[in-house]
Write a protein that binds this ligand. Sequence first.
Ligand code: GTR
Length: 401
Amino acid sequence: MKINALSLLIFCFFLIGNISVIAQDEFNYDESKVPAYSLPDPFVSQSGKIITNANTWEFVRRPEIITLFEDHVYGQVPKDFDAITFELAGEDKSAMGGQAHLKEVDITVTKNEKQITIRLILFLPNGQTTPSPVFLLINHRNHENIDPTRQVKMDFWPAEKLIERGYAAAAFHVQDVSNDNKDTFKEDILETLYPEQLQMANGMRGLGAWAWGAMRVMDYFERDPQVDASKAGVVGHSRGGKASLWTGAQDTRWAITLSNDSGCGGAAISRRKFGETVKRINTNFPYWFTDNFDKYNDNEDALPIDQHMLISSIAPRAVYVASAVEDEWADPKGEFLSLKIGTRVYRDIFNLPVDLPAQLPAINQPTHLPYVGHHIREGKHNLTAYDWEQFMDFADLLYAR
Ligand code: GTR
């Protein structure tokens, strides 16, 4: 049979048409097609004990939940090392036209005579008589987003605006701890400090490494007299938002945990399978999660946790979930539900006045309760000046209490 150019072209169109049908069918954006699901109960321990008070929450249920997330989702986050040092690598006491004091701090962690260094960029507001509250951004985008020279200024990290409002602006790049790349993610802390983790099915991977990095920055905050470490917020966008939630869930030193458009493996309920799914994220980004997470590809109902319990484990410290209406891939409704259901622990265990609306709130109408914040803004998947303004408004309220 002879294949001429026209029939080849027709065949190609046929193929492309079918591929796009397959691609669209694979992911659900239709609320009526969200499967029925039941969520694991944060208030019942693994041995069946009903958790009713802060003591059993703190000492029984919360540690269980953290271990479940380690074993099934993010992997362990080792905390042991031999030494940590902080070295001022650069300083400008009149940065931002005199408004801020810039410190570039090298945080070096040593284990078994091997070292890695995280470069922290920190702007402190000048003219303060008391230590400054601080926001730390876990930056996974280009380095220019956190430019210490401020020749480049991006809304992704509006350091000038933070300074204007009396907050210290801090950021580090994830590449210092684990490169955001499936081939090279091991090269930093994993191969250097914690190689045994790479052999474990519940070992640390990318997101855990980034959370580890944020914790080392907190180690620094606790030692800098210009920083009020008791008023520190950890912020991340998307993959960074997954890492910030995992940071705040484990490390109780953070006063506020903020996630922006964190989606699947972040704030969104996995069982909803709306937009990005567990299988899709494990396929595209296998190096973010621990190996055991693969067991839940097309099998979300078997997860012993869901993401609402990540929110619960932050209690009673403040938590903020931000979404964008055009970011359906991250499932804004699933992100809100997770916050709504997860923060029942704040109310029922810690007696905090947390009562989120029953339905996903309207666009650009933030809900700022004393310990829980939420907004869904107009626009796409991104971390914007609007998001940061809400984060600061929320922190203003919390810290004024
Ligand atoms: C998307 C990915 C998400 C999210 C995001 C990001 O492509 O599917 O899980 O993390 O990237 O980090 O921007």
